[in-house]
Ligand binder design. Structure first.
Ligand SMILES: Nc1ncnc2c1ncn2[C@@H]1O[C@H](COP(=O)(O)OP(=O)(O)OP(=O)(O)O)[C@@H](O)[C@H]1O
Length: 645
């Protein structure tokens, strides 16, 4: 920053002009290039409408636009409600059609593309904002497209943003409460709904999902190198894997997110909207032949769907061509299964009849578990195959016994326990019964009394475990005694498959493997602690990321190079020194020191505003400042605030 000889700057266009339309430092001798016509913003003329159109009177700016000072900044003013009718703001070469809204400023003071004052901008980024109330107060839990929370005090809104949000007729008004879920997927969903409102104000549903910028690119993360390529670490060095979430778990979670966000081309035989659900993606792509009649002779299909009520992802099972006259036939099973709380049963969320598929279809909506496979697929068809072992058999037995216990204690029965109808939702061998409730609605097994139906559950469980056990060592057609499992497991199978005993109870059953229940509790607890530990490693990432963003917003701005406040005697100079102190440490030989612990320690103290003092020295070590983290924090906050006003 050579302030005395500013010759180098004379050919560089002034950023102030680019951003604000004028340079307030011009009178103080700003050394950057200004064109002759540059004048203070107050003199900028009111925007002149290009033409009066009955559809959309859109202002066009004849000069460089200065959103800060221009009182006429009404990007989507409520005075021009017809603007909403301009669908998707496409560029049009037709002179009689309304011009697109010109020069809408980008959020967060990003430079306007001011080279052409009539340039139109793709509206999407601007309108992906969540709603604001009329006084500009933001609703809670809203996020920017890049995931920065708008109500985060670290990122107060600029006046431009507030004006834009407050005046935007495309955004829902403050009195329409928006239901934001805390899940990222639903935030994205809400954002997408807002985006869609631009394209078609009459539609409540989005046409594009997910918006391209929200697709997670997990393959862009560099994987850990193979062991032979790993560099030996010094005692104080750590690999990212030991500090942050392990790669395989992260990839697994990212894939789950991707699976949730998956879309299917609209049109064709699949309706766009079914009741409160949209974005149907067919799920049952597996190649297996359906040999069983599980739904009283009715065909069935499975879709992943988005709910328009809460933005979450669900699965929708459609049972084709069902005629139900009595509403109670739907209401009663729904109440039963919807109220059931059991970790081993996929929750039924909704149940309705619809004609959207072209027939009278019964639709059952359940929780969606991304990347879940059926037990059969998990162990016998999908790649990589997970070999079935006796440990798996025990854990499945424990979990399914719990499911039967919960259901029987409520006074009903499961009816369907099969390896196609059990999904594996995660480690270690976590399973859930899916598809519960359907046979109740269809009135299957009506000839049986409750006791017989419940006894059928024990038998179904026995048959499932027998089929699984016979796959260990490939003992097809073997008898229980010939299976490659231990005697304790054989005893359980004998109990479950004993035709002569029609008084089986959960108590008797669980006594046969009480030790396995205890070890199951132990392993579940261990896994919970492991995941909690990983979660705690990631705990501060978001906060520190926001802090680093804040520092970077204010550090190294071109204007600061000519601003006296940032010079060695200026009040902002400690920020420059602190930035160097955190990130540009060198050892006594001048070699860079990259110590993550040092960075984290400094940033944490800064964030907390610790009273601890530190010495900040200039690179030539001729000057130094003693300052506390608290003072630095205040200085950085004031600087950041002044930039955002
Ligand atoms: N709740 C769920 N969440 C996520 N994926 C699921 C869920 N339920 C099922 N799936 C996936 O959908 C696939 C198909 O399930 P489905 O219950 O239709 O099995 P199926 O063998 O086709 O049964 P059916 O004979 O009833 O059609 C499963 O293999 C599983 O991968």
């Amino acid at each position: 920053m050579d302030k005395i000889n500013a010759e180098w700057a004379k050919d560089i266009p002034c950023r102030n002009v680019t951003i604000y339309g004028y340079c307030k430092k011009i009178k103080d001798g700003c050394p950057f290039k200004h064109s002759e016509t540059d004048e203070p913003a107050a003199e900028i003329q009111e925007p002149v409408p290009v033409q009066q159109s009955p559809v959309a009177p859109v202002p066009s700016f004849s000069r460089k636009f200065n959103p800060k000072s221009s009182a006429s900044f009404t990007p989507m003013s409520s005075k021009t409600p017809e603007l909403a009718a301009v669908s998707s703001f496409e560029r049009s070469s037709n002179p009689s059609s309304p011009a697109p809204p010109a020069s809408i400023p980008k959020p967060m003071n990003s430079p306007l593309a001011s080279q052409s004052s009539n340039a139109s901008f793709p509206p999407q980024p601007f309108y992906s904002y969540p709603a604001s109330s009329s006084n500009g107060t933001l609703l809670n839990n809203t996020i920017l497209p890049d995931g920065i929370s708008l109500h985060d005090p670290a990122f107060p809104l600029t006046q431009i943003d507030k004006t834009m949000l407050a005046n935007d007729p495309n955004l829902p008004s403050a009195n329409v409460p928006l239901q934001f879920s805390s899940s990222p997927a639903s935030n994205i969903h809400q954002q997408m709904l807002n985006e869609n409102n631009i394209n078609n104000n009459n539609s409540r549903y989005p046409s594009i999902y997910p918006p391209p910028h929200s697709i997670l690119q997990y393959h862009l993360y560099a994987p850990d190198p193979p062991p032979q390529l790993r560099l030996p670490l010094k005692p104080n060095e750590r690999t990212p894997e030991t500090l942050f979430i392990p790669n395989d778990l992260r990839e697994q979670l990212v894939k789950k997110n991707l699976a949730s966000l998956q879309i299917f081309p609209s049109g064709g035989a699949i309706p766009d909207i079914v009741q409160d659900y949209f974005g149907l993606v067919p799920l049952d792509f597996h190649q297996k032949e359906v040999t069983k009649d599980r739904y009283q002779g009715h065909k069935n299909s499975l879709y992943k769907v988005f709910s328009n009520l809460d933005g979450k992802v669900y699965i929708l099972r459609r049972i084709h061509d069902v005629q139900i006259m009595d509403p109670q036939q739907i209401a009663k099973p729904f109440q039963k299964w919807n109220n059931l709380e059991c970790n081993q049963i996929v929750k039924l969320r909704d149940l309705f009849l619809t004609t959207k598929f072209g027939d009278s279809s019964l639709c059952l909506v359940y929780d969606f578990y991304p990347q879940a496979n059926s037990l059969y697929e998990h162990h016998f068809t999908n790649f990589p195959l997970v070999p079935i072992t006796q440990d798996y058999l025990w854990t499945y037995l424990v979990q399914l016994t719990n499911a039967i216990n919960v259901v029987h204690s409520k006074g009903f029965y499961i009816g369907l326990i099969d390896w196609d109808k059990i999904i594996v939702t995660g480690d270690p061998g976590r399973i859930k019964l899916s598809g519960c409730g359907a046979i109740d609605v269809l009135g299957a097994n009506e000839e049986l009394d409750l006791h017989s139906k419940q006894q059928m559950d024990f038998e179904n469980l026995g048959q499932l475990l027998f089929k699984l056990a016979s796959k260990i060592g490939n003992n097809a057609n073997a008898k229980i005694d010939e299976l490659s499992v231990d005697d304790q497991f054989k005893t359980v199978l004998q109990y479950l498959l004993n035709d002569t005993n029609d008084r089986k109870t959960i108590n008797e059953l669980s006594q046969l493997f009480i030790d396995k229940i205890l070890s199951n509790v132990e392993s579940s607890q261990g896994y919970a602690e492991y995941t909690e530990g990983i979660l705690s490693r990631e705990l501060e990432n978001g906060r520190l990321f926001r802090l680093i963003c804040k520092l970077n917003f204010i550090f190294g701005k071109i204007e600061s190079r000519v601003d006296i406040n940032w010079s060695e005697s200026g009040e902002k100079f400690p920020i420059i020194l602190f930035y160097d102190f955190v990130f540009h440490q060198v050892d006594e030989t001048g070699k860079s020191v990259m110590d993550l612990t040092h960075v984290l320690r400094c940033l944490n103290k800064l964030d907390a505003g610790a009273p601890e003092k530190l010495i900040l020295a200039t690179p030539d070590e001729m000057n130094c400042i003693i300052i506390s983290y608290k003072e630095l924090k205040d200085l950085i906050d004031t600087t950041f605030r002044s930039m955002t006003q």
